[in-house]
Every structure is written in structure tokens, then in C-alpha cells.
Write a protein that binds this ligand. Structure first.
Ligand SMILES: [Ca+2]
Length: 230
């Protein structure tokens, strides 16, 4: 007689409770799993919806930015983009490789130029290639758009010159990477065209403008996109 037989032969003194059958146990587990899966799937759906929404937003933003970049890269003649980078107007004259305002002598015009990094400003170099002599004020512009005048006066390049490279020394020590150049266009007849603008730092660095905005433009591109500038 083995142990199993002995156990089965003993009289039962308690109420027998039938153990759950294999099928009912399976049903219980399935129920739990199903419940868990439903919860998991709902969470999945929520996350999926969130990720999809973010992807759609990113894609739309990316497309918008790509369109803006495409329009920016189209350098139409006398557009604001023509003031970016190093000088490329070969000689004095009315060339589309320089920026020009939309009208010849409508009043005050301005250019805001931005450079890759802030420096203590040593001087500002303005390449004027047609009807020069209109620059009469320079301000530093901070990221909120607040202007601080750092120079005003007579353009170092005389009115009547064929072209000129105006070197402007600020009247105060200032650290900046964004400058606003004012032109008294009404008082210097004709289009006062600017080919390029450089920021010279006291550390000896020379940076050419990498981004720009203007009061107006003869070229088709009126403005460039920016995170900070309105
Ligand atoms: Ca003018």
C-alpha cells in the first residue's frame, strides 16, 4: 500500500470543496489577461494617438520650415538675402547682388543684420556699392527687440562717392550679435545699395551677416524667418 492509497482511504471530516477545474482556471486567467490586455491596449491607443499627433505637428512644422528655407534660398536681385555673406558685388553700380530698398527716396530705411556669435563690438563694416552715404545711425538690438544706439552721425563714405567701405566705431562698449543700420534714404538720392555688412570684434574676429531683415526690399523676399524678430 502506498501513501496515496492510505490518504484516499481515510474518512473525510470536512466539507469537500471541489478544486477549480482546469477549464474554469483557464477561464479565470484568460479573463485577467483579457482585462489586462484591454487596459494595455487603451494605454497603447492613447500613446499612439499622442505620438501620431506629435509626428503630424512635427511634419507640418518641418514642411513649413522647408518651404520658408526654399523661399529664403531664392536670392532674387536686390533682395534682403543679398546683404548676407561676404561682398560679392564686383564694382560700384546698380547691381542686383546688393540689397536695395523698394523705393529710391521714400524716407528712413533700415536693415537688421544678425551674426553667428556675440562679440564686444570693435567696428561695423558696411559695404555700400551704389549711391552711398546714407547711413546715419547704428543700434545694437537685443533678443527682445530693444535697441541701443551705438553710433549716429555722418556716413564715413561721402555722398557722391561711387562706392565705399564704411567703418563705424561704436561710441560705447557693447556686446552684440544683432545690429540695426539706419539709412537716411530720402536725403541721398537714388537707391542706396548695400552689398554686405561685417561685425568686427575686439578679439580680432570678423563675421559677415548670416541673417537679415529690412524696412523694405526691391527684391521679392521681404523678410527672413526668425525665432525672435517679429
Ligand atoms: Ca535714397
Amino acid at each position: 500500500m502506498n501513501a496515496r492509497q492510505t490518504h484516499s482511504d481515510e474518512p473525510s471530516t470536512s466539507i469537500d470543496v471541489a478544486p477549480p477545474s482546469r477549464s474554469s482556471r483557464t477561464t479565470g486567467w484568460m479573463s485577467l489577461i483579457r482585462k489586462f490586455r484591454i487596459r494595455f491596449r487603451l494605454m497603447d491607443m492613447l500613446w499612439l494617438a499622442l505620438v501620431s499627433a506629435l509626428l503630424i505637428l512635427w511634419y507640418k512644422d518641418h514642411q513649413s520650415l522647408a518651404n520658408q528655407i526654399a523661399s529664403v534660398n531664392t536670392r532674387s536681385n536686390w533682395s534682403i538675402q543679398q546683404v548676407l555673406g561676404q561682398p560679392d558685388t564686383p564694382r560700384a553700380g546698380d547691381f542686383g547682388t546688393a540689397w536695395a530698398s523698394s523705393l529710391q527716396d521714400s524716407g528712413v530705411e533700415w536693415l537688421v543684420v544678425e551674426f553667428p556669435r556675440s562679440v564686444d563690438v570693435a567696428k561695423i563694416q558696411i559695404e555700400e556699392t551704389y549711391n552711398p552715404g546714407a547711413v546715419n545711425r547704428v543700434c545694437s538690438v537685443d533678443f527682445t527687440g530693444r535697441e541701443t544706439e551705438i553710433w549716429s552721425g555722418k556716413d564715413p563714405t561721402a555722398v557722391g562717392s561711387s562706392r565705399g567701405s564704411s567703418m563705424i566705431v561704436p561710441s560705447q562698449t557693447i556686446n552684440s550679435r544683432r545690429l540695426k543700420i539706419y539709412l537716411d534714404s530720402a536725403n541721398v538720392l537714388g537707391w542706396n545699395e548695400i552689398d554686405a555688412i561685417a561685425l568686427h570684434g575686439t578679439d580680432g574676429s570678423i563675421q559677415w551677416a548670416t541673417d537679415a531683415w529690412a524696412s523694405s526690399s526691391f527684391g521679392s523676399n521681404q523678410r527672413l524667418p526668425s525665432l525672435f524678430w517679429p
